[in-house]
Design a protein. Sequence first.
Length: 241
Amino acid sequence: MTEPTLDPNYDPRSDGAMRETGAAVKPRHAATLIVVRRDGPKPRLLMGRRAKGHSFMPSKWVFPGGRVDRGDFTAPAATDLHPQTEARLQLTARHASPKLPRALALAAVRETFEEVGLLLARPADPRPGVGSWRPFLETGALPDLAALQFVARAITPPYRPKRFDARFFMADAESLISLERRPDCGELDEIAWVDLDEALALDLPNITRFVVQEIAHRLEDDSRPAPFMRFQKGARRLEYL
């Protein structure tokens, strides 16, 4: 697979809703988790299809993820972020709360639980939960942040009505409590484990396609710097963290 590059057609204005008037919307912090299974002949990625009624990326195949909630800043965890992962995240969190890197990681774990019913966690004594974290903590497990690698960052173009400053994480499926999905969770229409070629054949958002290509290289070299995709002064820009 060739080295991922920022396609000149990356997120063209015709590929989604456009902001009609006024200043650009401030992007909201968000996090995404790419779970990798290595128990077959090829690595497989966990992906899900968004409902066709969604206003943001309807019917597209994506990795589980979503915006950071207030509770993500205070939720407990079984482990801390790996120092290298936290250092890279700090590069993306200048002028923000020093707690943001940890909150991003926790958001990725929580959203994966809510959207596909899988827990990246370690067994722990049950404890009271607050807000969106209550169902997770009642399972008797706490998030395993040490299992996360920071692999990419992307900011939605300013001409979109909804914008996110998304950080992408990767984790091995062996860090899941179980491969069996919790039955009362799941916000995505369809869930599948797909190899890299199968993933690229799906109907993907532009940024997801780029990240799949990046993951292919990262599986061979996990020391790669994390790509950062954004628009600056009207132009597409790709740099590395």
